[in-house]
Design a protein around this ligand. Structure first.
Ligand code: PXG
Length: 292
């Protein structure tokens, strides 16, 4: 059975869920998106993801023609209509249909679609063994050009980095900014642990304000770590005790090798595993119920 997709206010089948070749989301990557999850019939951090969506839209002067609460209902309804309990939800808002010029004023109505689908889980071995990461040659977009804090449809910077990581046989690619400081990975934020300190690069280093990142910062506080948002270099990662990545899809993934250097003792770190446990408790407890 196919999925039911929210498209501009209607729920349509996968076959019917088509958008125009004149949509500027496709022609220019002019739009914004979100990826979120539901766990056991509850949508995790729905308000936070929608807030980031509205902020991204505001930053590109795209007015979303739905009120926040209406959007929230549409997301919940999309998951409900597909009878999903554990799902991956993709929200996309594009500038809409225009002409072949890039002037967004020609686009009268944004296109909105929401896909709720089964979640493709990462293999368990990834979490047990930890992953290897390499630094990629492609640098992070400068915030003065396209600010990486905007979750826009223009993801080529990340995709180039992903291709380079793939080419070198690593699981993930570490992206540095133009100053050589660490930004994040291609679709995850990065954390290191040194002694009792939990450190992640600031948003100004070219990181996305990740929702999972925020949850982990709060967990760090709660379990008594000294949490710091500060610039880090590759060297800081090499000499860290533990390292891990965070993101909606991957959750919390231990990193055991970076550019050929073994991190800590080469196994997922104790504090990383503790944070993962705490994270799993939070996703069990929190969330907006879908079926009520
Ligand atoms: N950094 C970047 C560049 C991202 O795109 C994250 C960090 C993690 O943020 P959250 O809010 O998820 O903790 C992201 C978001 C996918 C997919 O299909 C995932 C993301 C982006 C694009 C695609 O799994 N992650």
């Amino acid at each position: 059975m196919g999925l039911l997709i929210y498209l501009n206010g209607k729920y349509v089948t996968e076959e019917e869920a088509k958008i125009s070749v004149f949509d500027h989301g496709l022609l220019y990557g002019d739009g914004v998106f979100e990826g979120l999850r539901s766990y056991n019939g509850k949508i995790f951090k729905l308000d936070e993801h929608l807030l980031r969506l509205y902020n991204s839209a505001k930053a590109i002067s795209l007015e979303i023609p739905l009120k926040f609460e209406e959007f929230k209902k549409a997301v919940i309804e999309t998951v409900r209509k597909n009878n999903l309990k554990d799902s991956y939800i993709r929200i996309v808002v594009t500038r809409g249909v225009g002409d072949l010029g890039l002037d967004p004023r020609k686009c009268k109505k944004p296109t909105i679609f929401i896909i709720a689908s089964k979640i493709q889980l990462y293999p368990e071995s990834l979490y047990e063994k930890g992953i290897d990461v390499v630094t990629v040659p492609t640098r992070r977009n400068m915030s003065e050009t396209l600010n990486p804090a905007i979750k826009s449809l223009n993801y080529l910077n990340n995709i180039l980095a992903k291709i380079e990581a793939n080419n070198s046989g690593a699981t993930e690619g570490l992206i540095l900014n133009q100053f050589g400081y660490v930004s994040e990975c291609t679709g995850e934020n990065i954390f290191i642990i040194k002694k009792n300190k939990l450190i992640t690069p600031p948003i100004s280093a070219g990181a996305l304000p990740g929702i999972t990142r925020e949850v982990v910062i709060n967990i760090g506080d709660k379990i008594g770590l000294e949490v710091k948002e500060e610039n880090i270099t590759r060297y800081d990662i090499f000499i860290s005790d533990e390292c891990f990545l965070t993101g909606t899809a991957a959750e919390i993934v231990p990193v055991v090798k970076v550019d050929g250097r073994i991190i800590g003792d080469g196994k997922p770190g104790k504090i990383t595993l503790k944070i993962r446990d705490e994270f799993h408790k939070i996703i069990e407890e929190e969330g907006i119920p879908i079926y009520e």
